[in-house]
Design a protein around this ligand. Sequence first.
Ligand SMILES: *Cc1c(COP(=O)(O)O)cnc(C)c1O
Length: 345
Amino acid sequence: MTGAVIPPLSLSTTFKQVSPGEPMAGMDYSRSGNPSRKNFEEAIAALEGGKHGLAFASGSATTATIINMFKAGDHFISVNDVYGGTNRYFNRVAAPIGFHSTFVDMSDLKNVEAAFRPNTKMVWIETPTNPTLRLVDIKALAAIVKRHPGTILVVDNTFLSPYFQNPLSLGADIVVHSVTKYLNGHSDVVMGVAVTSNSELYEKLKFLQNGTPAIQPHTHPRPPITPSLSLSFSQAIGAVPSPFDCFLANRGLKTLHIRMEKHQENAFIVANFLESSPFCTEVIYPGLASHPQHELAKRQQSGFGGMISFRIKGDLSNAKRFFQHIKYFTLAESLGGIESLSEIP
Ligand SMILES: *Cc1c(COP(=O)(O)O)cnc(C)c1O
């Protein structure tokens, strides 16, 4: 209406209805749907080549919401060096309420086959992993998961962004990101997102994101609320991001391709420098020929990203001394922003 070329930030928590239960423009309450969130969700879905995007208050809230699709007693398989926060969620939050998880070394996919149980409902991976940068062959793993009907494959694509890797095209059912990292890209938003082309999974996640029944009770009966099912569809979560965070993340997406190319260019310079240094005992970067899974990286990724791990000669005190003297890198957690960061994980 105004001709604005950038969609406005939409802060209203509620939207006018023309008659009871009939919203003017498809949205009724901002937890259930918000124009700024919708813009971001549609953009990220397009970037990942998926049909549906769902944004959450953090990467961790995305993980929690996905796990709430399942019921106590279900079993998950994950990669043994999955992101620390995800590991903590599986072991310290999901396990005490009855979800079982097995963590395996997925450099050999036979380990995944061996970990399947009759109640295995989800395989959750990250590739490359944070921070050891190990890879999982997504296509080969997806083929194994497809042989177990009722099990879904979730891929955390935070470390490469959709610019360098598209897990849905390799057979994943859901791709997730910590938007906090590359997608927003400016270290000023904490947020998460899930993308899927599977409408049934989307409906379940939408219901949980929402906090109001998007799933009509007469078409999708809820299971009875018993103690063992109390985490199934009997509750919704509502862990949504703010419109302002969605606005910023959407703005970040517009430069994703330019940032990722530059991150990668810089990463190669730093990785080569470290590899030639007598003070480094190991440099881990999937773009280096010395990376044990370099061939897989070339096959399933269209680039190698901006994250590097390395080991310094000596012990922890040497590593600490190094980080007290760095000049251009800020000693701080996180990744994917426009500044250079370093840390001891
Ligand atoms: C940071 C991170 C997360 C968690 O995301 P938050 O936005 O910090 O909650 C999940 N996975 C990976 C790989 C991450 O780096």
